[in-house]
Design a protein around this ligand. Structure first.
Ligand SMILES: Cc1cc2nc3c(=O)[nH]c(=O)nc-3n(C[C@H](O)[C@H](O)[C@H](O)COP(=O)(O)OP(=O)(O)OC[C@H]3O[C@@H](n4cnc5c(N)ncnc54)[C@H](O)[C@@H]3O)c2cc1C
Ligand code: FES
Ligand code: FES
Length: 475
């Protein structure tokens, strides 16, 4: 097991070992800001909300192609860079001139005070590498995680449209083979970083991760660290023992198996969104309003389930799809229907020595209608006030033969509207039945009032989401 990790920065392989004095929970943002050569990256919020800290991570696939993903450097722990290329705003201009996204930002006047600009440039750079002639929707999605207080978004959107037109070809394309060879030269094994106050394990295989978890059941598991990272950046906690599973390839696969699909717990939410689009559109729709592109590029499905948050966005939609959670411990595998998996406020049936390894979802039949809805103060980059995910099946006479009405934000955990469901079973799927079910929801839920919304607002929103579902199924 190695006691160092390596990544590419400024065209060379950087290796950092446990003796460097850097705590393993140093964020990439802190590391870069401490270097005179990398002051371009900015700290705005240190919690993934502003995008001023955006950098791009390059990863090589089996064929040697490099894929680029924008991430918030304030939420990435330094060892998570192992085996990747870290691209900062200082790196993207060629030896002479500017990168096309920089040129376009100058031409459209996309910067005023400039504090947000390096972050926007990096999101645009990632966009230019991943999309040719992106639609307005794709541009908006790429910029959701970047906040600008003074310029206004129109010139930045115009810069995106003007510059992402070269099929992803730029001076990085010419150097791709060299970078891929450098990445291949970085040994892939497991890492253990021991400092005076912390132990950071980064296993390279699932077997090793399970064995570590068996030995250290109090260790904090991190997938993408988009949730755990805040304990360091906001609460300034010292995380003494960490098992970072972000380097385990086995957990990242998303596979369509014909009648069902399996999504690896370590798959990024961006990867899940992409592979769910055709067969599970309600899952993809929920992911399209989940955090921002930077967050979805690191956050994992396992991490979202691991939080077991009553306002987590994956659970209601997984309820609607009747998903199965796959768990693994040493010498033990379990499969638990998602509806049984959550047992209380942030409580699940996962045992301390188990990892969530994936989620299996059977493809709904052609007659099933599945939809998901998120109510939040802002459409993008906001947590849910109330969310709903529903599945309806009807018999030949148009009566409800099966119904799932799952809600987030209405109770201490994701919960189905049992009384409303029971009322609807066997009834015609018409407005009068739906209004009858809406009236019963006060029996199902006693929501709380908090900073996001009052109890009454939550109740009204939950009822109206059902009406909206009915309306959407009329088309
Ligand atoms: C700016 C911002 C926006 C966000 N927006 C949303 C949003 O719109 N909707 C939403 O639901 N959430 C949102 N989140 C919360 C968070 O990003 C998600 O919950 C995310 O899915 C967590 O995944 P992760 O891999 O980063 O988890 P981590 O932070 O790595 O881990 C979260 C928890 O899960 C556990 N865990 C991780 N992987 C596993 C595993 N394989 N097996 C068992 N336990 C595991 C960890 O121990 C930890 O308790 C947001 C967070 C931020 C910072
Ligand atoms: S500093 Fe605001 S997203 Fe990182
Ligand atoms: S240019 Fe000032 S915040 Fe964007």
């Amino acid at each position: 097991m190695k006691s160092s990790f390596s990544f590419i920065l400024d065209g060379t392989v950087v290796t950092i070992d446990a003796e460097s004095g850097l705590p393993p929970t140093t964020t990439v943002l802190e590391y870069l800001r401490a270097s005179a050569a990398h002051k371009g990256v900015k700290e705005g919020c240190a919690e993934g909300d502003c995008g001023a800290c955006t950098v791009v991570l390059g990863s090589a696939d089996a064929s040697g192609r490099i894929s680029y993903a924008a991430v918030d450097s304030c939420l990435v722990f330094l060892p998570m860079l192992h085996g990747k290329e870290l691209v900062t705003v200082e790196n993207i201009a060629p030896d002479t001139g500017l990168h096309p996204v920089q040129e376009a930002m100058v031409a459209t006047g996309g910067s005023q005070c400039g504090f947000c600009t390096p972050g926007f440039i990096m999101s645009l750079f990632a966009l230019s590498k991943n999309h040719d002639h992106p639609s307005r929707e794709v541009i908006d999605d790429a910029l959701t995680g970047n906040l600008c207080r003074c310029t206004g978004y129109q010139p930045i959107i115009a810069a995106a449209a003007a510059s992402c037109v070269h099929g992803g070809r730029d001076h990085f394309s010419a150097g791709e083979e060299r970078v891929a060879a450098m990445l291949r030269s970085i040994p892939q094994g497991s890492i253990c970083l021991r400092t005076e106050h912390q132990v950071y394990h980064r296993p390279a295989s699932l077997g090793e991760a399970l064995s570590l978890l068996h030995q250290h059941q109090d260790a904090i598991v991190i997938g993408g660290a988009s949730d755990i990272g805040l304990r360091v950046t906001k609460r300034h906690e010292l995380l003494a023992s960490i098992i970072d599973i972000s380097g385990i390839g086995e957990l990242k696969a998303c596979a369509d198996q014909g009648t069902f699909a399996e999504f690896g717990a370590g798959a990024s939410l961006s990867a899940v969104e992409e592979s769910a689009r055709a067969a599970f559109p309600a899952l993809a729709a929920m992911l399209s309003v989940f955090g921002s592109r930077q967050i979805r590029n690191v956050a994992t499905l396992g991490g979202n389930l691991g939080t077991a948050s009553p306002i987590g966005d994956m659970l209601p939609v997984l309820f609607a799809y009747d998903a199965v959670i796959l768990l693994e411990g040493m010498n033990r595998r379990r499969e638990i229907p998602v509806r049984e998996f959550i047992v209380g406020y942030r409580k699940t049936l996962r045992r301390p020595d188990e990892l969530i390894t994936g989620v299996r979802i059977a493809k709904p039949g052609p007659d099933a209608a599945v939809r998901s809805y998120k109510v939040s103060k802002r459409k993008d980059l906001d947590i849910s006030t109330v969310s709903g995910a529903f599945r309806l099946e009807r018999d030949a006479a148009g009566r409800v033969s099966s119904i799932v009405l799952a809600y987030g934000g209405m109770a201490e955990r994701t919960k189905r509207a049992a009384a409303a469901e029971e009322f609807l079973l066997g009834k015609p799927w018409d407005r009068s039945s739906v209004e009858g079910a809406m009236a019963l929801m006060s029996k199902d839920f006693t929501p709380i009032s908090d900073a996001r919304a009052g109890a009454e607002m939550r109740s009204v929103a939950a009822r109206n989401l059902l009406l909206k579902f009915w309306n959407d199924t009329q088309r």
